[in-house]
Write a protein that binds this ligand. Sequence first.
Ligand code: 5GP
Length: 180
Amino acid sequence: MLVGPGGAGKGTVAAALTAADPRVWLSRSWTTRPRRPGEAEDAYVFVTREEFLARVADDGFLEWAEFLGNLYGTPDPEPPSGCDVLLEIDVQGAEQVVAKRPDAVVVLLLPPSSVVQRARLRARGDSSEHVERRVAAGREEVGRGRALAAYEVVNHEVGQAVAELAGIVAATRRKEPDGP
Ligand code: 5GP
């Protein structure tokens, strides 16, 4: 599981790790957040609040949480056989997954500085008010994330962060050779 504050680069790093290692399967979350301009159509399954809550009622999520007014959830993962599941989620969700699967490995991804973090958030087109809300929420993500995480990776640059994550995945596979 990859957790960390907004602007750490979780989405970019998770996508790059998945592209680099076909045995890593990235779960696609559901969200009630509207799609951002320019955001890929398959970045999430974009749904209404009613659709989301219907799936909650059906017990169809491994975890779900509300983050800054929107709902996000991980459908029960169905990876191809032999693949390891990667979740890119907020810390409330990670706490739920660890409660259900204590063997899950949590990595806290951090931005190199708050200046870089704000610049990355602004580059996504979020308003400055929204950027500040994300930075504030991010402090809690880091505090609670540290309590869960076995590893911390500072995302100075995507290639370096992905290489560190690949090392963590390899070390985890050596410890748990039977896979996910
Ligand atoms: P964003 O709106 O920037 O795409 O995501 C906001 C936050 O929601 C990020 O911290 C992201 O990791 C988290 N998130 C994305 N998908 C899920 C999910 O399925 N469950 C939970 N709990 N958080 C998620």
